[in-house]
Design a protein around this ligand. Structure first.
Ligand code: SAM
Ligand code: SF4
Length: 444
């Protein structure tokens, strides 16, 4: 019927939402095309930092001035945060839809196209949920898929916009998740990642004792699930039963993202994180004792309001002490409506950039050292695309989610191959294939 294209910004949840939107529109007979050929362009948006929103504003400006005939749909976190102002500011924006109302998107967008009227669906009740029911069968990546297992977040970290735009925490019914996993596995998906803002509180809203470790085990046992991952864990809620299940099932990848956010107890308290550095250390020790192969990555914010040089020094110290495989670092970005945006002691932009550079340099060295330990070892790699640079090079991921670049034929894409590591950079490994295609390896 209509030609559409989708631009995705932000986290894995947005990739999942975009894949389901793509699937539902394709089922309606719409056709996905390039941006140039599309009549409708959908933006699946992120509000986590100002930069994420700036990119959308600038793309909207570019399209609004060059393509008067276009219909633009803005969905997700930024649609919820900015709302109908988007319709006013850019005439081609004809549709906005909050992240908890995506179930209404296909029919409403069709109505916009048929009637020419503007529609704004803003989530009024943060506990209500009208979700898409489609399984993401039209995916951006044929071999990897995400599945949202819980919506929203109730933690209200003082810097974070997520609870304000994605609403209250609600776990999905396990039977729906199992059905989705089974369909994806029979559709050729090799790697499934269960996602949520805080997956470890999955089931907290059930009254039958079914918790995240129960779900993880049950999904691992589904036929055809070759690799299973999850993200993100809140350090306060990651319990030993989850790590025990990870250690027991070979197809659950030994990789955990455990965001620390700061190395200063004073700042952790101001962030409302609910743990101390030593509390975090004991969880990390539990992981590394029970699952020594686990790669642990983290998230860390520099320049939170009131962060002194001493607090920042403490963050540098935890980076050296905990030796994460990788850290997603970010300069604090004030988000309107969150408590931290109004706190005293805002750190200047130049100083935030300086702190970010300093911490990134230290982490780059650590990542490189950890990566160098991989040289000479062999790993099963899921090949998921061409390398971004270099003729004839493929890119894949080890079970611990390290990027591996190696020479190979494009026919290997989507399969598991064994790769011996011959070199290491800060953010990736390089290697060579040592055996032929291994379709049925379980992923380790
Ligand atoms: N739920 C996860 C947790 O508890 O850590 C994090 C999810 S959040 C979508 C992803 C990351 O964005 C956070 O870990 C944090 O480091 C970063 N982030 C969130 N709000 C931010 C802000 N206002 N400024 C800078 N970084 C922010
Ligand atoms: Fe944001 Fe905190 Fe919820 Fe993570 S746990 S999504 S950082 S409020």
């Amino acid at each position: 019927m209509y030609r559409f294209s989708i631009n995705v910004f932000g986290c894995q949840m947005n990739v999942y939402d975009a894949d389901r939107i793509r699937t539902s529109l394709t089922f309606k007979g719409w056709k996905e095309t390039s941006e140039e050929e599309a009549e409708v362009i959908l933006f699946v948006t992120c509000s986590i930092r100002d930069k994420a929103e700036q990119k959308v504003w600038s793309d909207l400006g570019r399209l609004a001035s060059s393509r008067k005939d276009l219909v633009i749909a803005v969905v997700g976190c930024m649609a919820q945060r900015v709302g109908p102002l988007l319709l006013k500011r850019f005439p081609p924006v004809r549709f906005v839809c909050g992240p908890r109302s995506l179930g209404r998107l296909p029919a409403a967008l069709e109505e916009v196209m048929a009637t020419g009227k503007d529609i704004a669906i803003i989530d009024e009740d943060p506990t209500a949920l009208d979700d898409l029911s489609e399984i993401p069968l039209a995916r951006s990546n044929p071999w990897k898929a995400f599945i949202t297992i819980a919506h929203g977040c109730d933690n209200f970290c003082t810097y974070c916009i997520v609870p304000h735009v994605r609403g209250r925490f609600v776990s999905r019914d396990p039977d729906d998740i199992f059905r989705e996993v089974e369909s994806l596995a029979s559709d050729g998906v090799r790697e499934i990642t269960l996602i949520g803002q805080n997956v470890n509180t999955y089931g907290r809203d059930f009254d039958n004792g079914y918790v995240f470790s129960s779900l993880l085990k049950d999904v691992a046992l589904i036929k055809g699930v070759k690799r299973l991952r999850y993200a993100t864990s809140h350090p306060r809620d990651l319990t030993p039963d989850v790590v025990e299940v990870m250690a027991k099932y070979d197809n659950i990848c030994p990789a955990i993202n455990l965001p620390i956010q700061s190395g200063s107890d004073r700042i952790l308290k101001a962030m409302n994180r609910g743990y101390t550095v030593e509390g975090y250390a004991s969880i990390l020790e539990m992981i590394r004792t029970s699952l020594p192969a686990a790669a642990v990555t983290s998230d860390l914010i520099v320049g939170f309001p009131g962060e002194t040089l001493k607090d920042f020094q403490e963050s540098l110290e935890v980076v050296g002490r905990f030796r994460f495989d990788l850290i997603h670092t970010a300069a604090f970005s004030p988000r309107e409506g969150t408590p931290a945006a109004r706190m005293d002691g805002q750190v200047g932009a130049a100083e935030k950039r300086r702190r970010l550079r300093e911490i990134n340099e230290i982490q780059a060295e650590i990542s490189k050292e950890i990566n160098r330990d991989h040289v000479g070892k062999s790993f099963t790699v899921l090949v998921d695309g061409s390398a971004p640079k270099g003729e004839g090079l493929l890119q894949g991921r080890t079970p611990s989610d390290k990027v591996v670049i190696f020479p190979g034929e494009p026919t290997l894409m989507g399969s598991f191959v064994t790769v011996r590591i011959t070199g290491a950079g800060n953010w990736h490994l390089v290697g060579e294939q040592v055996r032929d295609r291994q379709e049925n390896l379980r992923g380790r």
